[in-house]
Design a protein around this ligand. Sequence first.
Ligand SMILES: [Zn+2]
Ligand SMILES: [Zn+2]
Length: 263
Amino acid sequence: MKFKYTDFHLHSSWSDDIVDVGPSFEDYLSIAEENEINICFLEHYEIYQVESFEDHPFSVNSVEDYLEELDKIKENYDFVLSGLEVDYYHHKADQIREFMDDYEKQLDFVAGSMHEPILDYPITQRDKLYQLMENWTITQIVDEFFTHSEHMIKSQIFKNICHIDTIFRYINKLDIKPPPECDCSDERILELGKLCIKNKIGIEYNLSGVKFPIGRSFPSKDVIMQLKKEGARIFVGSDSHFVPYFQEQIKNVKDAYKLLESV
Ligand SMILES: [Zn+2]
Ligand SMILES: [Zn+2]
């Protein structure tokens, strides 16, 4: 790669949450080049959503189309990586494994994610979380997240995993308050991280939490530093969905790498 540091987590209009309003690949290029940072497009690929919705970007176009569009860019810009953020669904593990067999070699970087521990209710969407809370307790939702994350790690389908504690984006004491019996401890997150280390899975230091009331990364600085000391392989992602946000975060991404190097 051309530059020293890489932001491994950018989204463009290939991601279904910003399909109509998101930036193109090209929109990111000049900012990345000026600021000397490699960029990896890590678009959402949620196999269940792709199958369920005809208007999902990866239903309308194929992964081959995505790779072709990115390959053209990569010919001229040697600081761009092709990636996917692939959702894990326990009941679709075999299918996801097949998907990875088909595409992993053609992509520069793939990371697994847990957004939907309970089908149809992504815990990274506030309205869906509230709908879920009509039938589930907060403790049950958090437990489901950790259980399914463990399944994902132990499946060893992915060599990298994004934002291991993103369940706390909205569930935390500054936002949707968890009850005292709900285990939201650093120890619980550390255990998940240690499970990644044991399975040789890279862990994301996802900086996006600063946008939310929780105001911290996923996982927190303390937890990521602890995991680094335990021998974790760590990659840094801004999880940018828009160019101005990416631009703002470049310094933070570089600082995060420098902090990790200091361990
Ligand atoms: Zn994500
Ligand atoms: Zn993302």
